[in-house]
Design a protein. Structure first.
Length: 321
């Protein structure tokens, strides 16, 4: 896929509403209703520039409890950053509205991000997936999908791209998160289905579920604007925050608890560590025994389990090297 000089945005239509070149519009897509009859709508902001450029999806809330991405896009919208002169941006600040309302990753017990390509007449999760593939992905050249770690697991800001995707790796580098690495495609996920349709998606993972982390939000804002500026979609921002070095990780794995107990963490998330360095410890509830957890090799801590009680085999540190 070529990134320079090969894009041409066009008028597009979502749920019967047409957005011409040079126009911006908020489209509210009714996806279902509560038992009370109250309509639940997915907000879609479309900014279609006058000059030719890429059409980009910027999305959050695929998992309803992952609020850092929602906050990142809220700040971008509130700050009026989407003054697009070239190309087109489709902004979905909250895809899984039901999950968000119920503080849940899922939509009525089903994971939307394991429901692609979806079905027009299936479960709510399946219908959300179907809508996205049929009415959003068909318009875009590439996308940024914002996520966080799961419950109590805090991801240090990182970007993941599809193995073998030069386009994905290029976008990740432009985004400029502290860490980036290739990550295998998951069955029935949004990224895999988009990949099958020739659309590169990078995933920004930062923070943890149901918690807003200011660093994660700020790096997310800067990353989105880095991409928009790179493609000439917005005016140069002038004095920019100093760019940090992005560390390209070759491998990553979870360090898991070898016994149950109380977890104590002694390193900082995002920290560079050396082989044999103490990362934390697990004690039994009454202090009779202590098990040290050490780094298996030189590398970086890219996620930490913040929950103090752990079971045998539970993921406690995500380690990249």
């Amino acid at each position: 896929m070529k990134f320079e000089g090969s894009f041409k945005n066009k008028p597009l239509e979502i749920r019967g509403q047409r957005v011409e070149v040079g126009e911006h519009k908020l489209i509210k897509v009714e996806i279902d209703r509560l038992p009370t009859g109250t309509a639940i709508e997915i907000p879609i902001y479309v900014y279609n520039g006058i000059e030719d450029g890429p059409t980009i999806l910027i999305q959050a809330g695929l998992h309803g409890d992952e609020v850092n991405g929602v906050e990142t896009i809220r700040e971008l919208l509130r700050g009026n950053y989407f003054k697009i002169k070239r190309g087109c941006i489709i902004v979905v600040p909250l895809l899984n509205v039901f999950g968000f309302l119920h503080f849940s990753r899922e939509a009525f017990g089903k994971d939307v991000n394991r429901s692609f390509p979806g079905s027009k007449t299936g479960s709510l999760a399946s219908r959300i997936a179907y809508f996205e593939m049929k009415e959003i992905v068909e318009h875009i050249d590439f996308g940024i999908d914002m996520h966080t770690g799961g419950a109590q697991r805090h991801n240090f800001p990182q970007v993941r791209y599809t193995p073998g995707s030069s386009a994905g790796k290029h976008l990740a580098t432009i985004f400029n998160a502290p860490f980036q690495f290739s990550s295998n495609l998951i069955a029935k996920s949004f990224r895999k289905e988009a990949h099958k349709n020739g659309v590169p998606i990078i995933v920004y993972e930062a923070g943890e579920a149901l918690r807003i982390d200011k660093l994660s939000v700020q790096i997310g804002i800067n990353g989105v604007l880095n991409i928009l500026e790179y493609f000439g979609m917005i005016d140069p921002r002038g004095a920019l925050p100093k760019k940090h070095e992005t560390v390209e990780l070759i491998k990553n794995r979870w360090i898991r608890a070898k016994t149950a107990g109380m977890l104590g963490v002694v390193v900082e998330n995002g920290q560079k560590v050396e082989k044999g360095q103490l990362l934390g410890y697990i004690t039994d509830t009454y202090g009779a025994s202590t098990l040290k957890i050490v780094a298996p090799t030189n590398g970086y801590i890219i996620a930490v389990n913040n929950f103090p009680m752990v079971s045998t085999g539970e993921a406690i540190f995500h380690f990249g090297f």
